[in-house]
Design a protein around this ligand. Structure first.
Ligand SMILES: [Cu+2]
Length: 599
């Protein structure tokens, strides 16, 4: 599934990748403030969901996951977001228990000297203000692209007027130089820097999120009739994070400050092959290493960094797509990953895991109706990550064998899709003791997502979506923790050449299947949650090809509600004169306006 992060959508356009993914059926986001939400797909997030930013991994620096990978993406600054559900790909790293999210930048080659510009300005309730500028200039030989973003907000209030400790401020700047001497060659060098600070609901706030990254991409196409494409990329990402209890809130009690950092370096070499008229393949190798260090105390800046944990992973992969005939396709792939982990903090320890991934999928286009169906079986294995090994160093890799099946129907008036899955996860890593320990259990999850859009006339579209997942802890005969409740949306959209108006009603059921104190590295179950319905509306006016004005109201009925999957609120928040709710309540009624200018 692909989406365009620059296209208008509701509710209020998100300032980070987690917030953006929330509006896609099957996704939930664990809120921790006004930004930095941790995305979860079908109840599984963290490193179970591989999130790649422009072909690179950026692993957060915070041991409490204040900075999930998706935090580092301002959605509009990218051109395409692709979601690969389930372990149905081997191309983008192993461990994709839940799936893979590719957040990509694509800069088309210039056919003649020219310039492209995309910009936007957003103002909203609670002091929200975003600025975005993306300029590319170039000619047939190459291009230079710069992207700048800024987003800030004050504390928001829930539907009852309770203020949440949630203000933030973030900026990013990216520069890309592309060399395109001919239509078959592309070399890209990129640099990304960003910084931010965010008030969070915990004992500490994110006082600093400094990121710097460099990337190199080399792509050569049509090398021979067999070698359709060879691409190589290498990257370095570095995150320097400070959290404390005094720079974004009044100090109460003892000062706490911690300054972890993480560097993630990696590369990938892959070739796309045309083996025959009906058979295509991808083969490649990839490598990633990440080093986490810590230091703390109010005088942290003058202290040396203490290495904490280091991970090195080498992978090899290959897949084949074979057209059986005009209607039938068979796809399959394999990968293996070799990981070494060194724990440097006392007691020092090491671990080595070899893990595998595989999938086999059959796709069928119906002859007499506009329907495509697929059925696939996938397998992914994921060794314990930094956050889990910090609790218990020696854990077995979890192994998911999943059945994915579905239908895509697309006719003149109706567009709809259905995906259904069943996952059997052996040695699932369950975080226990309210986030203080972890152990392997056996788990199963199953569920479905459906969406339906019907256009009775030229201007009107009615939409409906539904997402459901149910998880079972088979070892303890209990519900699997952190599974989101049933949710759906009903929408109505009117569009003509210049105008678009939409109404969206999101309905979420209560979640009574809980396992309090257990969960994942993102969070543990707090208790049951109630159901809610949230109504939002937007209008968009395209005054010319270049100008788009959008405005919206979210949570029109000013409901006070919280998502089932949420970080819990630390009691120390009471010291700020703010209410200690069990979960972090979502924003109350809020308004926003946005202007886009394209050139
Ligand atoms: Cu932190």
């Amino acid at each position: 599934m692909e989406t365009d992060p620059k296209a208008p959508r509701q509710p209020v356009p998100a300032a980070d990748g987690g917030g953006y993914l929330k509006s896609i059926p099957g996704f939930s986001v664990a809120r921790q403030g006004g930004t930095g939400g941790d995305p979860v797909m079908r109840g599984l997030g963290g490193t179970r969901l591989n999130v790649l930013l422009d072909n690179s991994y950026i692993l957060g620096g915070c041991p409490h996951r204040m900075d999930p990978s998706a935090t580092y993406a301002f959605p509009e600054a990218y051109d395409k977001i692709t979601i690969l559900k389930g372990p149905q790909s081997v191309l983008y790293g192993g461990g994709n228990i839940a799936g893979t999210v590719l957040i990509e930048r694509n800069t088309p080659r210039f056919e003649a000297p020219g310039m492209r510009l995309s910009s936007s300005l957003l103002f909203g309730s609670f002091g929200r203000r975003d600025e975005f500028l993306d300029v590319t200039a170039g000619d047939t030989q190459g291009f230079v692209r710069i992207v700048g973003t800024q987003s800030q907000a004050d504390n928001y209030s829930d539907g009852s007027g309770n203020e949440m400790h949630s203000f933030y401020d973030r900026k990013s700047f990216s520069g890309i130089v592309g060399i395109t001497p001919d239509a078959n060659t592309r070399i890209e060098l990129s640099a990304d820097v960003s910084d931010g600070k965010a008030a969070y609901r915990g004992m500490m706030d994110g006082a600093k999120f400094d990121r710097s990254g460099y990337g190199l991409k080399v792509e050569k196409t049509n090398l021979s009739p067999v070698i359709q494409k060879v691409d190589f990329n290498a990257y370095h990402n570095y995150v320097d994070h400070v959290m404390d209890n005094f720079s974004l809130r009044p100090l109460a009690g003892m000062a706490m400050v911690s300054n972890p950092d993480r560097s993630t370096n990696g590369g990938r070499l892959a070739a796309k092959l045309t083996l025959s008229d009906s058979t295509a393949a991808n083969v490649g190798v990839d490598y990633q290493e990440n080093k986490h260090t810590t230091r703390g105390g109010t005088n942290y800046a003058s202290k040396p960094r203490t290495p904490d944990m280091t991970f090195r992973t080498a992978g090899i992969f290959g897949d084949v797509a074979h057209k059986l005939d005009m209607q039938n396709r068979l796809l399959g792939g394999l990968r293996a990953d070799f990981q070494d982990v060194a724990k440097q903090n006392a007691p020092a320890d090491t671990a080595s895991d070899t893990t595998y991934g595989a999938f086999l999928r059959y796709e069928h286009d119906y002859k007499k109706s506009p329907v495509t169906s697929y059925i696939g079986i996938g397998h992914a294995e994921r060794p314990a990550d930094y956050w889990e090994r910090k609790l218990v160093f020696t854990l077995k890799p979890e192994k998911n064998t999943q059945l994915d099946t579905g239908l895509i129907y697309h006719s003149g008036k109706v567009r709809s899709s259905l995906s259904v899955f069943y996952a059997n996860i052996d040695d699932f890593i369950l975080v226990t003791g309210s986030g203080t320990s972890a152990r392997n259990i056996n788990a199963t999850t199953y569920g479905a997502e459906a969406d339906y859009a019907y256009s009775p006339g030229r201007n009107l579209t009615v939409t409906a979506t539904l997402a459901y997942v149910r998880g079972e802890n088979a070892t303890d005969h209990k519900p699997l923790a952190q599974m989101p409740p049933l949710e759906g949306t009903l929408g109505l959209k009117y569009t003509n050449k210049e105008l678009e108006a939409g109404l969206l009603w999101r309905l979420v059921a209560a979640q009574k299947r809980v396992d309090a104190g257990n969960g994942t590295e993102i969070g543990t179950d707090i208790g049951p949650s109630g159901g809610f319905g949230v109504l939002s509306a937007h209008v968009a006016y395209r005054s010319s090809k270049r100008v788009l004005l959008t405005a919206g109201i979210d949570n029109i009925l000013d409901k006070t509600y919280a998502e089932f999957i949420s970080r819990n609120v630390d009691p120390s928040i009471a010291g700020l004169g703010l209410p200690v709710t069990a979960r972090i309540n979502e924003p109350g009624r809020n308004y926003w306006v946005k202007a886009n200018y394209l050139f």
